[in-house]
Write a protein that binds this ligand. Structure first.
Ligand SMILES: [Cu+2]
Length: 114
């Protein structure tokens, strides 16, 4: 019984910590948006995030993006996309450290119109 209570306490503590963490609240392009062009890739967090890795996968695989934001914790992260982005589906994946030092990750999708 004691073990069950401890396991439940651990689950509740994990859920509470997840709620407390900063998230990518808002992105450019917007999540699930269809856009004509991509001028910039932005992630906006409600709490400073140290983004340690970010990648862009397009219709032909992984594409190179250029970080403008360094490794400092920020509420607004910026990267420049490749100049030529063919029409199709794109995914941005990121990893980071939240302000309490916990590893975080997320992703969002958007579409570039043909
Ligand atoms: Cu945490």
């Amino acid at each position: 019984m004691k073990q069950i209570i401890l396991a439940l306490a651990a689950i509740l503590a994990t859920a509470a910590a997840a709620l407390a963490h900063s998230k990518a609240e808002d992105t450019t392009p917007a999540k699930e948006a269809t856009v004509e062009t991509v001028e910039v890739i932005e992630l906006r967090f409600d709490d400073p995030m140290r983004v340690t890795a970010i990648s862009l996968t397009g219709p032909d695989g992984e594409m190179e993006i250029t970080r403008e934001t360094g490794l400092d914790p920020v509420t607004e992260f910026r990267a420049m996309p490749p100049e030529d982005m063919p029409g199709g589906a794109y995914t941005v994946d990121w990893r980071g450290l939240s302000s309490d030092g916990h590893p975080m990750q997320g992703s969002f999708d958007f579409t570039v119109a043909d």
